[in-house]
Write a protein that binds this ligand. Sequence first.
Ligand SMILES: N[C@@H](CCC(=O)N[C@@H](CS)C(=O)NCC(=O)O)C(=O)O
Length: 273
Amino acid sequence: MKPVLYHHGMSVCAAKVRMAFAEKGIDWEGRYVDIRAGESHTPEYLSLNPKGVVPTLIHDDTVIVESTVICEYIQDAFDGPDLAPTDAASRAWMRNWTKRIDEGLHFPATAALTFVIAGRPGLPKAVERFTPGMAMATDPEPTAPGRLRDLLEATGISASTLRAALRTFDKAIADMEAALKGQPWLAGETFSLADISFAPYVTRLDCLQLGWLWDHRPAVADWYQRMGSRPSHKLAITDWFDPIEEIEAMKRNGHETGPVLRALLGNRETPPS
Ligand SMILES: N[C@@H](CCC(=O)N[C@@H](CS)C(=O)NCC(=O)O)C(=O)O
């Protein structure tokens, strides 16, 4: 029986899983969950995934949630190229990278940047999670004029939350640069789930016109170029952009807000070239 994946085109977490399948060469059956229309909050879906989020994998009657865990399951349960290094130290490094995504990089950092820059109202549940500490868009923010201020108000996300999100990514990209200077892949000599996990997020930054975060980080630029040329990148990420208008809005708004976001991030460590 083919594994069944509940997913959505624009979900970065689901993209990780689609990419792991593509790299393994595994055929899967999709159940498209329209997260914008609240389909991840129906009683049926919540019985599979109590957090009401995608992705969810069903394989051999087993339900598996959490994209990082699903990716490890794919590595363990299916034949195909290894997506994890064989030595214990590199495996530990791989897990440090994949864990990092679950510890702030996905939420709130990616959500904050996407909601503000893409200018969309956001997903019902995510906005709920944001609201208590974040409805501070009226904070005086000298570095957030014009369109960015409008976007902050529309999303209820504060400028300080947005700055924290930029810092989270700036630090992650700096750490990637340090690692990739001495080795081809994040966990060492072997392409692994660490690279797969970061690919959708770096692609999202690129769509949001935040590629300047690796302007002076050539090892990350080279890694991103190599990731983008893998067939799995198209199969798992860009082929699923839905709706494409949202990607266009990310690019348009990202271009407009770029200078203000740079100012908002403020002084950042620029590694010597
Ligand atoms: N830690 C979870 C996060 C899943 C998650 O946040 N999924 C988002 C899409 S990337 C979602 O389904 N959001 C729907 C909502 O918040 O209502 C994982 O890695 O699987």
